[in-house]
Ligand binder design. Structure first.
Ligand code: PXP
Length: 238
């Protein structure tokens, strides 16, 4: 059955809008796990626009199932991750002005740098995943680096789905998943997935986990977080 990782960044976005103490990301993580999430995901951005360092420290303590820290390869972030020791680290590209992570990590183009960062994390016993576009050369780069896991960026699929043109992207995700599995990699996916577009991605053979944040937190405004997570879990575990 496909697993659900819930990204709680936007709980912190709401808190940071007032620089207050609520809503609390740790309380949100507990609610998500109670509702059926298999892991909790949080992105410590270099600009600290939502999740803060202290959130990561507290989440590390509170999440006993699996805590997945999304992070760039900036040295200060690497140092912090090695100290906090999440169960999993997902390496993502980061640009200051972007609204959200816009594309996958160019593991193929920065093989040496990515391998060095990846090795530091793996030496600390952290499982490393790489957020990449579903392209053959990026998959091969991850396998060459020696990371055990990839997460395919589904942003292009999600945008195409909204325009009624997702078929090509779905075919691409399917064959990328099959190829990555062939190379021995665990395959996850995420970004832009919502209650309308998630099912075809969840149905891809070999898919391990979907990481979803924005659509769940948005629905939670109306239904409450527990129900929003239950609704998503029911869709992807069907
Ligand atoms: N996976 C990764 C690597 C991400 O960067 C994000 C966005 O922070 C997500 C999943 C979740 O994307 P969304 O918030 O669009 O569901």
């Amino acid at each position: 059955m496909v697993k659900l990782g819930v990204n709680i960044d936007h709980i912190a976005t709401l808190r940071q809008a007032r620089q207050e103490h609520e809503p609390d990301p740790v309380a949100a993580a507990r609610t998500c796990l109670k509702a059926g999430a298999d892991s909790i995901v949080a992105h410590l951005r270099e600009d600290r626009r939502h999740i803060q360092d202290q959130d990561i420290v507290l989440l590390r303590k509170a999440v006993r199932t699996r805590f997945n820290l999304e992070m760039s390869l900036a040295l200060s972030i690497l140092d912090f991750a090695c100290a906090v020791k999440p169960d999993q680290a997902t390496l993502v590209p980061e640009r200051r002005q972007e609204i959200t992570t816009e594309g996958g990590l160019d593991a193929a183009g920065h093989l040496f740098k990515v391998k060095k960062g990846c090795q530091r994390l793996m030496d600390r016993g952290i499982v490393v995943s790489m957020f990449i576009d579903p392209h053959q050369k990026q998959i091969e780069a991850v396998a060459a680096i020696g990371a055990p896991m990839v997460e395919f960026h589904t942003g292009a699929y999600a945008r195409a789905f909204a325009a009624g043109r997702a078929k090509h992207h779905l075919v691409q995700l399917r064959s990328a998943c099959a190829y990555a599995r062939q190379l021995g990699l665990i395959v996850n996916a995420g970004h832009g997935l919502n209650y309308d577009n998630v099912c075809p991605v969840a149905a891809i053979a070999g898919m391990e986990e979907l990481n979803i944040g924005y659509s769940i937190v948005s629905r939670a405004v109306f239904t409450g977080l527990e129900q929003a997570v239950k609704d998503m879990a029911a869709l992807i575990k069907r």
